[in-house]
Structures are given as structure tokens and as C-alpha cells.
Ligand binder design. Sequence first.
Ligand SMILES: [Zn+2]
Length: 172
Amino acid sequence: MTLNALSPDSKFLQLLREFDRNLFLELKKSGCPHCGGQLDTANYWRKTRGMGVELELCFSLCCRNEGCRRRSKPRSVRFFGQKVYGAWVLIMAVEYCRELGLGGQIARQTIARWRMFWKNHLSESGPFVVWARGLLPIGATITESPGSMFCHFGYPARDSWLLILKFFAQAL
Ligand SMILES: [Zn+2]
């Protein structure tokens, strides 16, 4: 693995935005998960670490049905709930913090928490694991750390990133 394969550049960040936009469009088309109503765009700007320094457009939808009006958020690789770091960092940085250029920037306790997060999500009986087994090659070992599975997606090739993020975003 080379440093280059992982260093995020503006093109990569742009790919993440497009990726999120597609998830947003998919959800918009499928309608409100609560009542099936039509969804209206209700995007907003927010800050997240791991993207650029500018505010980032966060995709969001709102049900048009008078009696529902609930907000729906598409899955995202740039945001992870209300957490300060984006989802893609949570996926990649547990093992590749330094290679991502984030060495020393993320508190050790934060990384430890993320490790716990993955340990829980990648445990034998979890729903993500059941789903993942259907996608990974037969005999692939699912360990407690996402990094150990990156090889199935062609890592460290640069174009493996999006496949990896798409896969692990299902666990978030
Ligand atoms: Zn609704």
C-alpha cells in the first residue's frame, strides 16, 4: 500500500459528494419510508471533518404528507449522524489513519471508540454480517476490523475506495 493510494484529494471528495447525491435521489424516488408520501428536498449546510474546510451540503428530505411531515435522511459516506467526523473516515481511519493524512489529528480515544463500533457491528450475529456474507466471496473471513476486508474490493487500487465505502456504509 502506498501513501498515494489513500491520500484524499478534491477529486475523491467530489466522488463522495456524487455518491451521496445518488443515495439521496434513490431515497427521494422511493418516497417516505413512514407513509409512502412524496418527499421534498430539505437540504442544509453543515460542517464535517474529513471533507473540505467549507460547509458541506447535507442531503435531507421531508415528507409532503400533512399528517406525516417526517424528515428522512439518506445514507451518507460524508456524514455519520451528528458526529464530527464523516462516515468515510470512520470506515477507513481505524487502520489507515496515518496514510489518510489524519495521523495525530484524531484523538486516540476516538479511534478506540470506532474500533468498538466496528467490533459490535462485525460480530458474528449482527445484521450487517448476515448481509455482508452474501456479498463477500465464499470463505471470506469477517473479522472485527473493516480494514481486513478491504482486499476483497481491490484495495489498494484507488478505484476500490468507493466500493469499500459503499459496502461499509451499509453498517452505519
Ligand atoms: Zn411520510
